[in-house]
Structure formats: structure tokens, C-alpha cells
Design a binder for this molecule. Structure first.
Ligand code: HEM
Ligand SMILES: CC(C)=CCC/C(C)=C/CC/C(C)=C/COP(=O)(O)OP(=O)(O)O
Length: 299
């Protein structure tokens, strides 16, 4: 008997990897690693490796479940139409099983090998990204990424909690830094891929409120982000290496954000300031978190 819908052949491992959003994952994992290495407790290398693996697997599970839920949206956008589900290279069911299995495994392993605090925050971040951001907010409000973006800010807290079993002021500031960094990071990109989101009916800020408001919001979010980034040194939580690095790197971020904020439509720039800010936003977080670890280790 022929089934009503013919089953696809088993997906390639590369498609499973693509479900985890591996490129975004590199920065998520790096912030988790730095959160762990900045903690005042030296963690056994095997346990440290396990904790980072759990963050990677948990974030991969979150990315997978995001793609499982929004295959319809991804199919409507040029940037995402080639992903395994919208491109028809994989059964939705396989993605769901993979995502749930990976997520459960990461949280259980974190709980067994590290501690309950780290496992609980990991579980919260997966659920936050999948349920709060993807299912609830993304299609409903232009504030989707402000609130939902918290999911991506948890890894430094998870890394710290994995090493110490608790949270503290420094990892909370790192959480705030990533949380407040997310709107400028994403809205800068949304300014130049606006039509994709408009076509898919996703209420991203530039689509709903327009370019001018988005530019102003990028500028506004940069102010508290900068404060969260530079606060650890004056608060005595880091040394001068982090202090100076964060001042210089954040100063450059603020300058790029200012250029985005004041740009008027139709201005003739060699490179769009929003493109420059989006690219720099990624380098920025890598280097600021790297500086934190260097600072800790040199102290
Ligand atoms: C709700 C929050 C966020 C949204 C909506 C968002 C959205 C995006 C989008 C649409 C891209 C372009 C990716 C592509 O071309 O496929 C991107 C790139 C990227 N994002 Fe985010 N992002 C968010 C938060 C984060 C967080 C928290 C991190 C890490 C801490 C992060 C790290 C990256 C990296 C590393 C890239 C570059 C990937 C590449 O090279 O292709 N993002 N982001
Ligand atoms: C530790 C842990 C569980 C972390 C998970 C958090 C995580 C994966 C954060 C990254 C955020 C992200 C890639 C948003 C993309 O938005 P989108 O889904 O709207 O982008 P898209 O249009 O490319 O699908």
C-alpha cells in the first residue's frame, strides 16, 4: 500500500547540523565558556568540557525546535528558504525528535555532571527561546527580540553556574550586556533585510514602526548596553585589562550605533552603517568576552 504522503529518505547529518544554527552557536558557546572561565572557581577540565558541550547541545536543540516550529515562515524568506525543513530535505517529525532528544539530553547531563543551578538555567533558556520567543512573541509584537532575546543572554550565567553552583553580580552584568546588545545586533540586520520579514508577515520593528524609529531604538539600547559592558571594572569585579578593553570596544560600538541612529534614508554611504554595526556587533561580543577571560587569568 502506498502511504498518502511519501516519506522522505533519511536526512543527511549536515541537515541535522544546520538545524542547530551552528554559526550563531559559536558565539553563544563562547560567551558560556567565558562565563565559566571568569568564575573564581577552577573547574576540572573534563567537567568544564561537559558543561560547554551541554550549552552547545542545548542551544542546538533550541535552534532545531525553532526551525521545526517556523518552517512555514522560513519558507517565505530568501535568507532561510534553503534550510532543511522548508527545502523539503527532512521530515518535520525527525526535526522534532532530534530537538526534544537533544534538549532533554543536554539538561539531564548538565544536572548529573555539573549541578542543578546550571541545568535549570539551561532548561529555562531553551524554553525561553522556543516557547516565549518563537511560539509566543515572534509573530505577535515588534518587541519579540527584546524580550525573547533574553534566551541568548543566559549562557554566561550557565557557564558561571556550572563552575560555582550559583549566580553572582558579574555574570548578571554579562547577562545584561548580551540582553541589551541583542536589539542593536538584530535591528541593524533587520534594517537591511526588512523586505524578507515584511514578505513573511513577521512584525519586526523596521516593518511595523519604520526605519526612523528603529534607528532611534538602536541608539537608545546602546546606552544601557554600554553601561552594562563597562560597569564591571569600576565596580571592582575585573581588572584594568577588561576595563580598558571594554571602554575602547564599546566606544567603537557606540560610534557605529550613533551613525546608524542619525543616518537619513537615501544617504549615499560607501557601506551602510547598519551593515557595519551588525558585523561589528558579533566581533564586539567575541572580543569583550575574550578580554574578560584574559583579565581574569592575568590577575
Ligand atoms: C532574539 C535574538 C536574536 C535574533 C533575532 C538574531 C538574529 C540573527 C540573524 C537573523 C542573523 C543572520 C543569520 C543568518 O544570516 O542566517 C544573526 C547572525 C548572528 N547572530 Fe544573532 N540574533 C539574536 C541573538 C543572538 C545572540 C544572543 C547571539 C550570540 C550571543 C547571536 C549571534 C549571532 C552570530 C554569531 C551571527 C552570525 C552568524 C553567521 O556568521 O552567519 N545572535 N542573528
Ligand atoms: C543556551 C541556549 C538554549 C541558548 C539558545 C539561545 C539562542 C540559540 C540564541 C540565538 C538567538 C537567535 C539565533 C535568534 C535568531 O532569531 P530567529 O530564530 O528569529 O532567526 P531566523 O530568522 O534565522 O530563524
Amino acid at each position: 500500500m502506498t502511504p498518502a504522503t511519501p516519506l522522505l529518505p533519511p536526512a543527511d547529518w549536515r541537515d541535522f547540523l544546520a538545524l542547530t544554527k551552528p554559526r550563531v552557536l559559536t558565539l553563544v558557546v563562547f560567551t558560556g565558556l567565558c562565563g565559566m572561565l571568569a568564575a573564581p572557581v577552577a573547574i576540572h577540565p573534563v567537567l568544564g568540557f561537559t558543561a560547554i558541550l551541554c550549552i552547545a547541545l542545548g542551544a542546538g536543540a533550541a535552534g532545531t525546535l525553532n526551525q521545526w516550529y517556523e518552517a512555514d515562515l522560513d519558507a517565505m524568506m530568501k535568507r532561510t528558504a534553503g534550510r532543511p525543513l522548508p527545502a523539503g530535505r527532512m521530515e518535520r517529525q525527525s526535526a522534532l525528535h532530534f530537538g526534544v532528544g537533544l534538549g532533554a539530553f543536554s539538561v539531564i547531563l548538565m544536572g548529573l555532571a555539573l549541578n542543578i543551578a546550571a541545568a535549570a538555567i539551561l532548561a529555562i533558556s531553551i524554553l525561553f527561546y522556543v516557547l516565549i520567543y518563537t511560539v509566543w512573541l515572534k509573530r505577535r509584537t515588534p518587541q519579540n527580540i527584546v524580550i525573547g532575546g533574553a534566551a541568548g543572554a543566559f549562557p554566561p550565567l550557565i557557564g558561571w553556574a556550572a563552575a560555582t553552583g550559583e549566580v553572582a553580580v558579574l555574570p548578571l552584568l554579562l547577562f545584561m550586556l548580551v540582553f541589551l546588545w541583542t536589539p542593536p545586533h538584530f535591528w541593524a540586520l533587520a534594517l537591511f533585510v526588512k523586505t524578507d520579514y515584511a514578505n513573511a508577515g513577521v512584525p519586526m520593528l523596521p516593518v511595523v514602526a519604520g526605519e526612523k524609529v528603529t534607528r532611534r531604538q538602536i541608539g537608545l539600547y546602546t546606552i544601557p548596553m554600554a553601561l552594562a559592558a563597562v560597569a564591571p571594572w569600576p565596580l571592582g569585579l575585573t581588572g584594568a585589562i577588561y576595563g580598558v578593553a571594554s571602554l575602547v570596544l564599546t566606544g567603537w560600538f557606540a560610534l557605529l550605533a550613533y551613525r546608524v541612529a542619525v543616518r537619513t534614508t537615501g544617504a549615499d554611504d560607501a557601506m551602510l552603517p547598519e551593515k557595519a554595526l551588525f558585523k561589528y556587533s558579533i566581533l564586539y561580543l567575541f572580543v569583550v568576552f575574550g578580554a574578560l577571560v584574559v583579565d581574569r587569568w592575568m590577575a
